[in-house]
Design a protein around this ligand. Structure first.
Ligand SMILES: [Zn+2]
Ligand SMILES: [Zn+2]
Ligand SMILES: [Zn+2]
Ligand SMILES: [Zn+2]
Length: 437
C-alpha cells in the first residue's frame, strides 16, 4: 500500500476502521497506515531525536528589531475572528454538563508531543477545566478514562472546579495502560448523564490518542443511542483521523479535529469552551418561527450560612460542616453551589453565577476599525476607556482588520477605543464602557 495515499484501512477485529489523515500524520512524521515504531521512514528520526522546535523562529522582528508588528498581527487575527462570529442573538445552552473522556491507553505514552501525549493532555485538561468553569459557571464536569478496554469513572460530575482538578492532578492514578474502548467509555459517560433534565446540554469531549478501539459490540448502536439522548460528542484526535471518530462528531453535532502540534491541540480544546448554539428543536405547540417559545425552568437561590453557624450534616457528603447553603425549597444543607439539590432535585444557583453566564447570550458587538478621520468633525484624542492618547501619525502599513490610527469604534455609542481596550472589553469585561451594552 502506498503510504502517502488517502486510502482506507479496515481491520476485521473489533469494528475498526482507520482512515489515515495524511496531513496531520505527515506533519508529525508518522505513517498512519503502518504499525508505530516499525513504520518510521528511514530518513525521518524519532520524535525524541528531532531538533528543538524553535518556537521563537516563528516570531519575526521588523526592521527596527521590535516585536510590535508580530504582536499586532496576533491581535488582528483575533479581531477578524470576532467579526466572523454571528452578530444576531442565537440561543445558547448555558447550563452545561460535560464529560471529559480521556484516552489513557498505552498509545498515550508516545512522545510525538512533548513531554508525552499523556502529560500534555493532563496539563491542557487542567487548563481547559479552569477556563471552562470560568466561562460556564453553571456547568458541571465529570471525568471518565478509557484504558484496559473499559471505561473508568475518574471524577464524578461536579460543579466545583477544585473537585475536577483534583481528579486530574492525581497522576499516579491515571497511568496509561492497555487498549482503549470507545464504546465502553462512551456508554459509561452516557449513563452518568442519563438522569439530566432536558434544558441542560449533554456533551462528551474525547481526547483520543489511539488509532484503534476494542469494542464489545457494535459502536454504531452506541452512536444511535447518543443521538437519541441528544448527547453531543466532540473529539480531539492526537494521532490521525479515524472514520468512526469523525462520524461520532458529525452525527451528534459536535466538533472534530486532529491536533497537528502542541499549540494546535490547545487551540482545538479551547475552541470548545464557549457554550454551543442550541440546535433547533421541532416544536409541536406554540411559538412561531420568529419567536420560538422559551423554556421556563425552576431555579432556587440558596441562603448562605455564616462560617460561625453551628455544625450540621450536609446532604452531599453526610459530614458535619459549619458553612454551607440551604436549599430554599426543602431546607437541606448543601456544601457548594451550583448544584442540584440531592433531596428535592431543585437546581440551586447563586445570582453571580447566573449573571456571569449572561454575556454569552448578548455578546458585545465587535468594534469597527477606524480607517480615516476625514468624515469625523471632532475626533477625540484619547481612548474612551483608558484615556491614553491615540496615535497622531497613521501607521504606514496595516494588516486586514487593523486600524492605521489604532482606533476602534463601538457601533452603538460611537466612542473610540484603543487596541488594548478593544481586546479587554471583548475578552474579559463583556460590556462596552461607552454604552454599557
Ligand atoms: Zn457536603
Ligand atoms: Zn432541596
Ligand atoms: Zn484604551
Ligand atoms: Zn458602546
Amino acid at each position: 500500500m502506498d503510504p502517502g495515499s488517502d486510502s482506507d484501512l479496515s481491520l476485521d477485529e473489533g469494528n475498526l476502521t482507520v482512515r489515515g489523515r495524511n496531513k496531520a500524520a505527515r506533519a508529525k512524521g508518522i505513517d498512519p497506515t503502518k504499525d508505530k515504531g516499525k513504520g518510521k521512514a528511514k530518513d525521518q528520526g524519532y520524535a525524541w531525536e528531532a531538533n528543538y522546535t524553535r518556537s521563537w523562529d516563528t516570531v519575526q522582528e521588523d526592521e527596527g528589531g521590535s516585536l510590535q508588528g508580530a504582536v499586532e498581527e496576533l491581535m488582528a487575527r483575533g479581531r477578524r475572528r470576532r467579526l466572523l462570529a454571528p452578530a444576531a442573538a442565537i440561543r445558547r445552552t448555558i447550563i452545561r454538563h460535560l464529560i471529559l473522556l480521556l484516552d489513557l491507553s498505552a498509545s498515550m505514552m508516545d512522545r510525538d508531543m512533548r513531554p508525552t501525549r499523556f502529560d500534555l493532555t493532563l496539563e491542557y485538561a487542567r487548563e481547559f477545566v479552569t477556563e471552562w468553569f470560568d466561562q460556564n459557571p453553571l456547568g458541571q464536569v465529570g471525568v471518565v478514562a478509557m484504558r484496559g478496554g473499559i471505561g473508568e469513572r475518574i471524577g464524578e460530575m461536579s460543579g466545583n472546579p477544585q473537585d475536577v482538578l483534583k481528579a486530574l492532578s492525581e497522576r499516579h492514578k491515571l497511568e496509561p495502560t492497555g487498549e482503549p474502548s470507545l464504546q465502553n467509555a462512551i456508554d459509561m459517560a452516557r449513563s452518568s448523564m442519563s438522569h439530566l433534565p432536558t434544558h441542560s446540554s449533554r456533551e462528551i469531549l474525547i481526547i483520543f490518542g489511539s488509532l484503534t478501539t476494542v469494542d464489545p459490540g457494535n459502536i454504531f448502536d452506541t452512536l444511535q443511542s447518543c443521538i437519541k439522548d441528544k448527547i453531543r460528542i466532540s473529539l480531539v484526535a492526537l494521532a490521525a483521523e479515524m472514520k468512526i471518530c469523525r462520524e461520532l462528531c458529525d452525527k451528534t453535532g459536535g466538533q472534530f479535529g486532529v491536533a497537528m502540534n502542541e499549540g494546535h491541540f490547545k487551540d482545538l480544546l479551547f475552541e470548545l469552551i464557549p457554550p454551543p448554539a442550541q440546535r433547533a428543536v421541532a416544536r409541536t405547540t406554540g411559538g412561531g418561527t420568529t419567536n420560538p417559545a422559551a423554556d421556563l425552568m425552576m431555579m432556587g437561590f440558596p441562603m448562605r450560612l455564616p462560617d460561625t453557624s453551628p455544625p450540621s450534616l450536609c446532604v452531599c457528603h453526610a459530614e458535619m460542616r459549619t458553612a454551607g447553603f440551604l436549599c430554599p425549597r426543602c431546607m437541606a444543607k448543601i456544601c457548594d453551589v451550583p448544584t442540584d439539590c440531592d433531596v428535592c432535585g431543585l437546581m440551586i444557583v447563586s445570582s453571580p453565577h447566573l449573571a456571569r453566564s449572561y454575556h454569552h447570550l448578548f455578546p458585545v458587538k465587535p468594534y469597527i476599525a477606524v480607517m480615516t478621520l476625514d468624515n469625523a468633525p471632532k475626533p477625540t484624542s484619547i481612548c474612551h476607556a483608558c484615556s491614553l492618547p491615540f496615535k497622531v501619525q497613521p501607521a504606514a502599513s496595516v494588516t486586514d482588520g487593523m486600524s492605521p490610527l489604532g482606533r476602534y469604534r463601538c457601533p452603538t455609542c460611537s466612542n473610540d477605543f484603543c487596541t488594548d481596550c478593544d481586546v479587554f472589553v471583548h475578552d474579559v469585561v463583556h460590556c462596552c464602557p461607552g454604552c454599557e451594552k
